[in-house]
Design a protein around this ligand. Structure first.
Ligand code: NIG
Ligand code: FE
Length: 422
């Protein structure tokens, strides 16, 4: 397409355009840069096909590029921003755990329920029993829900199969779901979620050796990241280190669920190995966060999941404010899954990140767009409104960035544009 071709889509007269533009191209936003990005008052976003081609103030709009084929969206009074990037979900599973919700309300803890054979293991039973078609139907249902909240790219972990066939099926379903509707799906392999009953006697290391020997080689090109749950009742630190080292040698990007319920040192270990993200971090100390920022040269993203402590009735939330002040890049996600967060409302997660983790509204928006894109290796494609990126653009029923986390629990979506279509 020539540079002068008429725009195919113009979103105009926005009260504020949250660009997330102008960041260093080689690392996620950290420290003051997390809130230092540009807001354009009375702005526009222009697209050609599936790409953004121009972003600016209305008084700089090139009228020569409007033609009869230009579709117009009037965003008067509205915030326009990049599509939300949901960088940590367990999208594909069978059944639900409403019964355990009641047990939790009566006082049982997450790890007690897991130790009794419930929790993740009860979803493993339901997922193994489900057909591939059922799993796909559920995943598509949830993706439709995410799209209504303005999520335009989403990471989907496996981890409720814990045997070779079911784990590969979950990755396959995530990929297929991504092809059947517009939200882009990025699959992650979380075969190392917990030790399955079949390996109870043999133990965590034997199960990890099985994954390395019999599953990971079949995931090349199917999942870019390998993840592990490092926690009491799941995988200990030394086994997690061994697994991530081996996965790294096989060419996978690394992620870890760590410091969710105890401080085992998983985040720092994974960052030393070059992890793209370290997720949960509720028990990560600000001092360890500073060390991670330094040793990763600001490249490892801490993914904060504020709806999880809320749903697990936990008092302790990640020290987001201190992490940011210590230079650690942060992202925010729901952690959507049937056990610790059955919510797809990433807007609510942003509000709770502000209220309980000390983020500002601008920081929270950056954490669920550009930094979330970094957390799943998609920063070249999404997370900001910049020429050359995919035309994933939201029009919100609010007039300023401060209103986004303010309307607690609401869905501010008016229009969701994905790849230039809506
Ligand atoms: O990220 N913490 C481990 N895994 C998930 C929860 C999975 C579940 O409870 O089903 C999480 O919180
Ligand atoms: Fe998770």
């Amino acid at each position: 397409m020539p540079d002068s071709a008429p725009y195919s889509l113009l979103i105009q007269h926005a009260a504020q355009v949250l660009t997330l533009a102008g960041a260093a191209p080689d690392r996620p936003l950290a420290g003051p840069a997390l809130s230092g990005w540009t807001i354009i008052e009375r702005g526009y976003v222009a697209c050609l096909g599936d790409k953004i081609v121009a972003v600016g103030a209305m008084n700089e709009l090139n009228l020569a590029r409007l033609g009869p084929e230009t579709r117009l969206i009037d965003a008067t009074g509205c915030v326009v921003m990049p599509g939300l990037v949901e960088c940590h979900t367990h999208l594909v599973f069978g059944g639900n755990r409403a019964d355990e919700f009641e047990r939790k309300l009566r006082g049982e803890s997450y790890l007690d329920i897991l130790a009794s054979g419930g929790g993740i293991l009860s979803t493993v039973r339901a997922t193994r029993a489900a057909s591939e078609a059922e799993l796909l139907e559920n995943a598509l249902h949830h993706l439709e829900g995410f799209r209504r909240y303005g999520i335009t790219t989403l990471e989907a972990k496996s981890g409720y199969g814990l045997d070779r066939d079911t784990e590969l099926r979950l990755v396959r379903v995530a990929r297929e779901a991504g092809h059947r509707q517009p939200v882009r799906v990025v699959p992650t392999f979380l075969g190392a979620h917990v030790v399955p009953p079949e390996f109870k006697e043999a133990g965590p290391r034997a199960y990890i050796d099985f994954l390395l020997r019999e599953v990971l080689s079949d995931l090349k090109g199917e999942a870019a990241f390998v993840d592990i749950f490092c926690e009491q009742g799941a995988f200990p630190l030394d086994v997690a280190r061994y697994y991530l080292e081996q996965a790294h040698k096989m060419g996978f990007g690394l992620k870890i669920h760590a410091e969710q319920l105890h401080d085992l040192g998983g985040c720092e270990m994974a960052a030393e190995l070059g992890a793209t993200s370290v997720d949960h971090c509720d028990y990560l100390t600000p001092a360890a966060a500073a060390r991670i920022a330094k040793l990763s040269q600001g490249r490892t993203v801490a993914v904060l999941l504020p709806l999880v402590p809320l749903f697990l009735r936990q008092e302790k939330y990640a020290a987001g404010r201190e992490f940011i002040d210590n230079g650690l890049p942060v992202a925010v996600s729901t952690d959507f899954n049937p056990g610790s967060c059955p919510s797809k409302n990433l807007w609510l997660a942003l509000s709770v990140a502000c209220l309980k983790m000390g983020l500002t509204p601008k920081e929270a928006v950056a954490a669920a767009t550009l930094n979330a894109a970094w957390a799943i290796g998609q920063q070249h494609d999404c997370g900001s409104l910049e020429p050359g990126k995919r035309a994933d653009v939201l029009v919100l029923n609010v007039g300023s960035v401060a209103e986004i986390p303010y309307w607690l629990g609401e869905n501010p979506m008016r229009d969701v544009v994905i790849g230039g279509q809506h």
